[in-house]
Every structure is written in structure tokens, then in C-alpha cells.
Design a protein around this ligand. Structure first.
Ligand code: RIB
Length: 324
């Protein structure tokens, strides 16, 4: 690809000039085994759930599919097994029009997530067996350097090896490509990540872990945590607050509290991924951070109204004129 390649796909559609946002997602691909339970089991407890649903998931794949459903051209950098789940994941990406030339197959099993969803609150409890996700390499990322350099945004989470993400963000940074880091699930990561992030999107638990605080109890706590994360190098920070929306700290140090519409959640699994995928879509198409965040909250709110992770995410046609 020449260095003059445009950052956007330019498509002529019935005399209308359409610019398609380009995204690269580096991250996990799982098969989710989901059941609904009367309550999430306590340690040592067995509870009987409802029927089993086998769905596509993984934070990376969810975010990629979210952005693709909104209309982005998305390249997925990930690792799956040479097993039948891996074949299913490939077919699903093909159906969702996610590009998979940088999706590698490993001798390890495709990642699986065991998910219990509380049938009363829609809250979930997840155990992930990462398998092939752990086999994602820096070399795989380097093979995708050209698409990273020409993307509108690059997105990553913490379910695949962080060294591969660091390499992807280094390539993106040199090319002035926006980097969006969703530090989920809550885990530690090297300090070098902070300065490579244009936008970091932790939830309350992840923000507390990153900043070494007990918990985020109030707006003041969230502002303090966001400022602490920014002081370590992230340009902007968005702390997602579930049904309460999000707290945004922009690159100029301005704080905005963005609320979410009150709804009856059926299943919150993947809502954070719907948010990050929609946010990255907005940023890649040139929305400012505030508007991208506000729209992403609306998309994430829609996702909790249906069961499942990516299967619950809306398509462009379902979000009305949100991105008009
Ligand atoms: O964020 C939700 C996702 O986390 C699920 O789809 C599951 O696969 C785990 O990765």
C-alpha cells in the first residue's frame, strides 16, 4: 500500500459520495456459553440455569462487529483455534463483513467464555478460557502495519497479549492514527500503554484498579480517577458508568458527565464493547469526542435490551439518524 493511500474508502453510491470509516481492532474472539440464572452463584454454590445459548463473543470481536454494523470497514487482528469453533468464528466475521486477513489460527483451542446472566437484573458473571487468544503475536501485528497506518482508529482491550497491543499502538501513533484502549477485563498492564492512548475507556472497576483506589463511589471519585489516568499519559479518559452513562475527561482537562436513558436491562453482557466499538466508529469518521461518546452511550443502551453480547448490537438501520 503506498503512503498516499487515503485514510478512508471512497465509495460512490448513487451519485452520493460516501466516506467509510476504517477501523482496526486487535483483540479476543470467543464463543460464549450463556445461561440465565435466578442469581449469580456464590463461591461453592451450584445454581440451576435456563437453556444454554452458544453465541459469538470476545471483547475484541464484539467491538469489531459493533463498528462494522454501524458501517465501518473493520480489520480484525486476532487468534482462533483450528477447531470447529474457530470455523464458526470465521463464518460469523464473514457474515458481519469484518475483514479477517490478519486473523491467525493457532494449535490452541478457540477462546470460550462461560457466562451466567442474572434473569432479574441483567448483570453477568463471566469466566474466560482464553486459549488461542493468548497466542496473538507482535509479528502478526507487524504484518498488519499498513492497515493500521491507514486506519481512522485502532482499538484494543486486555484479553490478548498486551505486547501485541503496544506494538499496534506504536505503529498507529507514528502515523497519527487515533488509539482507543478499553482496559477490560480489569487487569494490570505496562505503564508504557498510557502515553500510547488517545482515549482510554475503563469502567468503574477497571478505573479503580488502574488508580489503586478502593472503588468509585461518586462523580468526584470518577473525576479523580480520570485525572489520575490522564496524568499518567492518556490524552482523554472516558469512565463508563453502566446505566448512569459515562464521565468524560477530554484532552483539555474539561469534564463532562453524560447520562444514559433509563431502560429495563435484559442482559448487560457486551454493553461496554458496544460502547467502545461505537465510540471508535464515531472517532474514525471524525466526530468530536463528546458527540462520539454521547452516541456510543445510546448504542450501548440499545444493546442491553436484548440477550447476548454482539447478537444484541444494533445495525445502522436500527439507530435511526443517530449518526446522520
Ligand atoms: O464483554 C463481554 C465479553 O467478555 C463476552 O462476549 C465474553 O466473550 C468476554 O470476552
Amino acid at each position: 500500500m503506498s503512503t498516499n493511500t487515503p485514510r478512508y474508502n471512497e465509495i460512490f453510491e448513487k451519485e452520493k459520495f460516501v466516506v467509510q470509516p476504517q477501523l482496526v481492532v486487535i483483540g479476543s474472539c470467543n464463543v460464549d456459553m450463556v445461561t440465565r440464572v435466578g442469581r449469580i452463584p456464590a463461591p461453592g454454590e451450584t445454581v440451576t440455569g435456563g437453556d444454554l445459548s452458544v453465541l459469538f463473543g470476545g471483547k475484541g470481536a464484539n467491538q469489531a462487529v459493533m463498528a462494522a454494523r454501524l458501517g465501518a470497514s473493520v480489520h480484525m487482528i486476532g487468534s482462533i483455534g483450528r477447531d470447529s469453533f474457530g470455523d464458526d468464528v470465521v463464518r460469523n466475521f464473514e457474515r458481519e463483513s469484518v475483514h479477517i486477513s490478519f486473523l491467525a489460527r493457532s494449535d490452541r483451542a478457540t477462546g470460550v467464555a462461560l457466562i451466567a446472566v442474572d434473569e432479574h437484573t441483567g448483570q453477568n458473571s463471566i469466566v474466560v478460557a482464553p486459549g488461542a487468544n493468548s497466542a496473538l503475536t507482535v509479528e502478526q501485528v507487524e504484518a498488519a502495519a499498513d492497515v493500521i497506518r491507514h486506519a481512522g482508529a485502532v482499538v484494543a482491550q486486555l484479553e490478548t497479549p498486551v505486547q501485541a497491543t503496544i506494538r499496534a499502538f506504536q505503529i498507529a501513533r507514528v502515523a497519527s492514527v487515533v488509539t482507543v484502549f478499553n482496559p477490560a477485563p480489569a487487569n494490570t498492564f505496562p505503564d508504557t500503554m498510557f502515553a500510547l492512548c488517545d482515549v482510554m475507556t475503563p469502567n468503574e472497576y477497571e478505573a479503580a484498579l488502574i488508580t489503586g483506589s478502593d472503588a468509585i463511589h461518586s462523580t468526584d471519585d470518577a473525576i479523580k480517577a480520570a485525572r489520575a489516568i490522564q496524568s499518567r499519559g492518556a490524552k482523554a479518559v472516558i469512565i463508563t458508568l453502566g446505566s448512569r452513562g459515562a464521565l468524560l475527561l477530554d484532552g483539555n482537562g474539561q469534564v463532562a458527565q453524560l447520562s444514559a436513558e433509563k431502560v429495563q436491562a435484559v442482559d448487560s453482557t457486551g454493553a461496554g464493547d458496544a460502547f467502545t466499538g461505537a465510540l471508535a466508529f464515531g472517532l474514525a469518521r471524525g466526530d468530536d469526542l463528546y458527540n462520539a461518546c454521547q452516541r456510543a452511550i445510546k448504542v450501548a443502551t440499545m444493546s442491553v435490551l436484548k440477550p447476548g453480547a454482539m447478537v444484541s448490537f444494533p445495525y445502522a438501520a436500527e439507530v435511526g439518524d443517530l449518526f446522520a
